[in-house]
Design a protein around this ligand. Sequence first.
Ligand code: ATP
Ligand code: MG
Length: 181
Amino acid sequence: MISKGGRKYHIKGCAGQGGFAQVYKAFVNSDPNDVVALKIQKPAFPWEFYMYRQLDMRITGRERSSYGLAQRIHLYADCSILICDYLAHGTLQDVINRYAVQGKPMEEVLCIYYTIEMLHMVETLHDVGLIHGDFKPDNLLIRYARDDLTKKGSWTEVVLGVIRSLPCRLGKRDCSGSLSR
Ligand SMILES: Nc1ncnc2c1ncn2[C@@H]1O[C@H](COP(=O)(O)OP(=O)(O)OP(=O)(O)O)[C@@H](O)[C@H]1O
Ligand SMILES: [Mg+2]
């Protein structure tokens, strides 16, 4: 367990590992309904948190839920701990690997669905002047729209959606938020 910023994080296991970070799943204050991902990076990398806040400002409404949410960051001289909402369904790379292990191809309709999702996400980012810079299956987390399952009923609303891990670069918009094209 670690205590940071008035909260206690009970580490429940490893959520994943990337080239630069170790990511842990944790309960906040022992609450199993409040699950976060702790992304620990050495050296510290505040840029990612800044980009999440840019997403908050630039992408509004329903579109915003297609991108990850960062709650806070703890910054130290030699490392940073980024606290994000935990997504339990793995990455698009995990899905691809599961098909590969079974020796069968992903259904064409699912390929088309994910492709449309990804193109829409990239288009939305570019529309608000952001460039991801590392858009690939292991940086795309699966988002399961559980609420939509009960409320809507159309299959396009219930199939897994894709959300990204982090956008890396600012595009044409400057830091003050004005868009110059
Ligand atoms: N919010 C999250 N919820 C659940 N799992 C996560 C979350 N964020 C990351 N992961 C897992 O941790 C892995 C590594 O995370 P991430 O891709 O952010 O780190 P990285 O590859 O080191 O850095 P980057 O992609 O920024 O270069 C992901 O592939 C995923 O499996
Ligand atoms: Mg990654």
